[in-house]
Design a protein around this ligand. Structure first.
Ligand code: AMP
Length: 578
């Protein structure tokens, strides 16, 4: 396809406000693309390479301005181009404003594939940009400018508009992934589900378009994952325990590790690849991950997980420590001595020739367990994977019990991690999707300072400690004595270690007013900071409200009961969220 034809289509698409019409235009473009179909399907989204492909053009604005200025003739400088971009606001319109052509120069003769004459072809531009992406090292800036110059020098204004945007990754003609998906459906008469799935496994709309055109639905359905080519990571939304349990009945609960996402591809004897969340190849920076795969796994796999920086005891370090290692290109061995990384895996997408994207999480969990063993599934919430040993499976519990989930969350926080992830046990792995199947538990909205007005003695090992604490908010003064009162809002039982329980018991014992079996009434004296997921109207407590999933954050030693939060504030917070 001639690049001029491509540019004409882009102009028509850009001028079109209606989504359906845009899709129809893109479908026409794909139908007319001929042998350039793969490239056209990418270019129209502003991409030069498939999404899985780590190559980058690495052309900064100044390089592009320099090439444009040179093609525009001796009266235009790089600074002129830069100034024009600053006043016009985008490179396309600026590039389209110059007269190109006829500038002889080094690049016109030395620009390799692009130094031809006559009309520019899409394939020729693609070949030239591919060569540009591999230009590296000393003198690469000059070579890049030469190559771009020889392309711009042959552009009409309309071509220059879209070439400049393509090169700088600023296509912006209103064509996103969804448009290309629908255009492939329309152009080649294939079902949308087949296109979505094929895109997920191949991670390349160019290839999907070609396969759809050549062999239709059956061929799309035959596409499989390839070990070594990254797929997009499945993402999470924020959500609550209530959301999860109401929607799914039970949930897979995992710690949310505070590290960096990694997708590990491994074929024994052939190679290992580690990709970041954005599918960048970070293998060389993370030798521990490669070693883990080599030592542990005996068949081809694609695993999804997180690398965490840990100290010698396996305690996680701050996220910044991971960053110091993650994209490092030099001195990896030395950096490794300073910061140790450990991978934890929470998913597997491929095992030994079998793709698992469409298998439910429960099945993927079994496969992961077969590969890596169990971290602590089915054991008590406090048990953690041993991060000191150099990697392994993430811990995961399947449960419908909110108290258990609460305890897992508390243990994760105590171990220095971010909290928990809740996943639908029946959900498939949807690459690139930020759906409701994976929920990262929302951090507490705002904490409340509540007065402890009661408690219960614990059981078993904790029989000598006060355990569950009844907490209350302050009610405005009513009586003549100005004392006011307190109204209960919930019971706090989680987020408290044995050590803290012992200290709290000692502190509160002196204020016990009455005891009835295990239950005690406590004179208002101590203020707790309490976290919670949400406030709900409830007849259970005197205040008329209940805190959902109340959690002990700390003692407000600086506050007296008179400084605790009031019922009025509770009502206001509730009103703000409804
Ligand atoms: P966020 O970056 O806040 O949107 O949270 C999602 C990220 O949490 C993922 O991309 C992972 O990098 C990370 N993460 C940590 N632990 C888990 C886990 N158990 N399951 C899924 N993602 C996790």
């Amino acid at each position: 396809m001639e690049f001029a034809t491509f540019a004409d289509h882009c102009a028509a698409i850009e001028a079109e406000p209606a989504d359906l019409e845009i899709t129809a235009h893109v479908a026409d473009l794909l139908t007319e693309a001929g042998t350039d179909l793969e490239v056209v399907a990418r270019f129209v989204q502003g991409q030069v390479f498939p999404a899985w492909d780590g190559r980058k053009l690495d052309v900064g604005p100044r390089t592009c301005y320099e090439a444009i200025a040179r093609a525009a003739g001796p009266n235009v400088t790089d600074d002129d181009v830069e100034d024009d971009v600053a006043s016009v606001g985008e490179i396309g319109a600026v590039a389209a404003g110059y007269e190109f052509g006829g500038q002889a120069g080094l690049g016109a003769f030395g620009g390799g594939a692009a130094s031809g004459t006559g009309a520019l072809a899409v394939g020729e531009i693609h070949a030239s940009l591919e060569a540009l992406a591999t230009t590296d090292g000393d003198g690469s800036h000059g070579t890049k400018v030469d190559r771009l110059f020889s392309l711009f020098n042959r552009c009409t204004p309309l071509e220059a508009r879209y070439l400049a945007r393509l090169v700088l990754g600023e296509m912006r003609i209103g064509v996103g992934f969804g448009t290309v998906r629908d255009a492939i459906v329309e152009a080649f008469d294939v079902p949308v589900e087949a296109v979505v799935r094929a895109q997920q496994v191949s991670n390349d709309y160019g290839r999907v378009a070609r396969v759809a055109r050549a062999d239709g639905q059956a061929a799309l359905e035959g596409l499989t994952l390839e070990v070594g080519r990254p797929v997009q990571a499945m993402l999470a939304q924020a959500g609550t325990v209530t959301d999860a349990l109401e929607a799914w009945g039970d949930a897979a609960v995992e710690w949310k590790y505070d590290g960096a996402r990694v997708q590990v591809h491994y074929v024994p004897g052939e190679g290992s690849w580690v990709f970041s969340r954005n599918m960048e190849d970070v293998t060389d920076a993370l030798p521990e991950v490669v070693e883990f795969a080599e030592d542990t796994i005996q068949c081809p796999v694609i695993l999804d997980g997180e690398v965490v920086a840990v100290d010698d005891a396996g305690t996680p370090l701050a996220f910044q420590a991971v960053l110091r290692r993650f994209r490092r290109k030099h001195d990896v061995a030395r950096a490794r001595e300073d910061v140790r990384l450990t991978p934890v895996f929470f998913d597997c997408l491929h095992v030994d020739g079998e793709d698992l994207l469409e298998a439910p999480l429960e099945t993927r969990h079994e496969r992961l367990t077969e590969l890596l063993g169990t971290a602590s599934a089915g054991t008590s919430a406090g048990e953690a994977p041993n991060l000191a040993v150099g990697g392994g499976p993430a811990n995961r519990w399947f449960t419908d019990d909110p108290d258990r989930i609460e305890a897992i969350d508390a243990a994760a926080l105590e171990a220095g991690h971010e909290g928990i992830m809740l996943k639908d046990p029946t959900s498939t792995y949807d690459p690139g999707r930020r759906g409701k199947q994976w929920l990262k538990r929302k951090p507490d909205v705002e904490t409340l300072d509540c007065v402890v007005t009661g408690a219960e003695w614990g059981e078993g090992r904790r029989a000598t400690f006060l355990g569950t604490f009844e907490v209350s908010v302050r009610v405005a003064d009513t009586g003549d004595d100005g004392a006011g009162g307190y109204a209960t809002v919930g019971k706090v039982a989680t987020g408290i270690t044995d050590e803290t329980l012992a200290a709290l018991t000692e502190r509160l014992e002196g204020y016990i007013r009455t005891e009835d079996g295990k239950t005690v009434d406590i004179d208002p004296a101590v203020v707790f900071e309490v976290g919670y997921e949400e406030i709900q109207p409830s007849p259970t407590y005197d205040s008329g409200y209940a805190l959902r999933f109340p959690r002990f954050v700390g003692v407000r030693a600086d506050k007296t009961p008179g400084d605790a939060d009031s019922l009025e504030r509770l009502e206001r917070l509730y009103a703000d969220t409804t």
